[in-house]
Design a protein around this ligand. Structure first.
Ligand code: AHR
Length: 497
């Protein structure tokens, strides 16, 4: 700990392309995410569609490429047909994931319209609980059909002539979980996933199908990848159409203590590495030809979440702290570092439910975790470039406990990128509660723009009516050492190419 820390950035050493979809969102029919979140008809802040304009405006700042919908666990009993057509004829139904009543006032067409307003692509999740393959095929036809067919015509009758061209579809959500109304065994799931994938790709070979994994390190992941990553099915038109395009994994991290909380996202880095190996292993064992595209990982639920400490309905309305903002920044560093393997990552969720953005009837609040998300989504695009940090490491307790022996936890957690604009970007998270680190930053040149997110202490929050954690902009001449403040996120930018 006594030596001067060094961060060496090599903007010309590109590691891999960053898929913009790592900045994806997620809106579920859960708590106040849809109703009272993105959709609030009658509120003066809403437009003629009932969409909250302040929410749309804020989310536009995040430049979100894809949004997942309608769940989550909600999918497991959702029948999409309930949510289309004239609103006054849509049925209200008991909802079994979150034990409420679903009015179906907001459904597929409303979501598509909202996505168009936001300038984002939809990602839909099939009902693998009480749903059928017929229903899934009909949903794809409703969204994407161009012919003179029943469900494509139903969409036209409901007011939408052009297809929505929904690309991303998930083969169920957390179907392994005991909380599902219809929990599946890995054997039953793998069989069903392959059969559904075949039928869905026969209907529309351009679909991107996402397999339901667990946390990337489970027997479930090993088994389902092994059974489902097969050479292209002979029924499909060409060998360039794989059955499965992505493997979904989920992880939520949290601890009531700052350092285990801020370092916990490093577990996601190990999970990505393990999943990536499982994908290779399955392809080797199944003799998948190398010409068939390698599936990527879809980290379609990630965040800091402790349902016990969270207030509000369903333990979902987190009041995020500075510690959580640092943890989210470490999560995002992980995604940038692991860009080679990631096809998508969706923060769970986009509004009110475990979210950086909260609504009241009168307005919105940007939580502490908003700022790292904003900075990364705005700047950390293009290519991951090589970056190395040498500094002391945190040696204390970790959550989960296995993390301590599996990864290094440096006080400064870093990632770096170079964008299409030729700017190099360096993100540095200093998780230390007392120390600012005077650091040598190698590879910088010229004037450096600096964005800093910090606050008074680990418990600082924006939920008490005042913004305790915000962003500050400054400049640095790139000379000498740079002091990364204690408990801070720093994003540096300079012209590199
Ligand atoms: O994001 C909240 C919930 O967490 C999702 O519905 C579910 O998939 C996960 O367990």
């Amino acid at each position: 700990d006594h030596e001067t820390p060094v961060i060496a950035v090599h903007p010309s050493r590109r590691v891999s392309k960053i898929n913009p979809n790592i900045y994806a969102g997620f809106t579920e029919h859960m708590g106040r995410c849809i109703y009272g979140g993105i959709y609030d008809p009658g509120n003066p802040l809403s437009d003629e569609n009932g969409f909250r304009k302040d929410v749309l405006g804020a989310l536009k700042e995040l430049d979100i490429p894809v949004v997942r919908y309608p769940g989550g666990n909600f999918c497991a009993t959702y029948h999409w047909l309930d949510g289309v057509g004239p609103k006054d004829q849509r049925p209200s139904r008991p909802e079994l994931a979150w034990l409420g009543t679903e009015t179906n006032e907001f459904g597929t067409d409303e979501f598509m319209k909202w996505c168009e307003e936001l300038g984002t692509e939809p990602y839909l999740c099939f009902n693998f609980g009480t749903g059928t393959l017929d229903e899934a095929l009909a949903w794809v036809e409703y969204c994407n059909g161009t012919g003179n067919t029943y469900y494509a015509n139903m969409r036209r009758k409901n007011g939408r002539e052009e297809p929505y061209n929904v690309k991303y579809w998930a083969l169920g959500n957390e179907v392994w979980g005991p909380w599902q109304v219809e929990q599946m065994t890995k054997e039953a799931y793998a069989h069903r996933a392959v059969q559904w994938a075949k039928a869905l790709k026969l209907l529309d070979p351009s679909l991107i199908l996402i397999l339901c994994g667990q946390d990337g390190t489970a027997t479930w992941d090993y088994y389902t990848l092994n059974q489902c990553l097969l050479p292209a099915h002979s029924a499909l038109s060409t060998s360039a159409v794989p059955l499965i395009d992505m493997h979904s994994i989920h992880l939520y991290t949290s601890s009531n203590e700052h350092l285990p909380n801020a370092t916990a996202p490093l577990a996601a880095e190990r999970a990505i590495e393990i999943t990536s190996s499982l994908i290779d292993l399955a392809r080797i064992e199944n003799k998948v030809p190398p010409s068939q595209p390698r599936p990527t990982i879809c980290f379609d639920e990630w965040n800091v979440w402790d349902p016990i400490r969270a207030e509000g309905s369903l333990g979902a309305e987190e009041s995020y702290t500075l510690s959580d903002a640092l943890a989210v920044a470490v999560w995002l560093n992980v995604f940038v570092r692991k860009s080679r393997d990631l096809g998508m990552a969706c923060i769970a969720q986009s509004v009110n439910v475990i979210s950086p953005l909260m609504t009241t009837p009168e307005g919105i609040v940007k939580q502490t975790t908003w700022w790292p998300l904003y900075l990364f989504s705005r700047f950390m695009r293009g290519w991951t470039v090589s970056a190395h940090v040498s500094c002391g490491t945190y040696e204390g307790e970790t959550a989960p406990v296995w993390l301590r022996s599996a990864v290094q936890t440096p006080w400064l957690d870093v990632s770096a990128s170079v964008g299409e604009d030729g700017f190099a970007n360096l993100a540095v998270v200093n998780i230390h509660e007392e120390k600012s680190f005077e650091t040598k930053v190698e590879g910088v040149s010229g004037q450096v723009e600096v964005f800093t997110v910090t606050g008074e202490g680990v418990a600082a929050t924006n939920m008490k009516g005042k913004e305790e954690v915000a962003i500050a902009e400054s400049k640095w001449d790139g000379q000498g050492l740079y002091a990364f403040p204690k408990l801070s996120i720093t994003l540096m930018r300079w012209k590199a190419e």
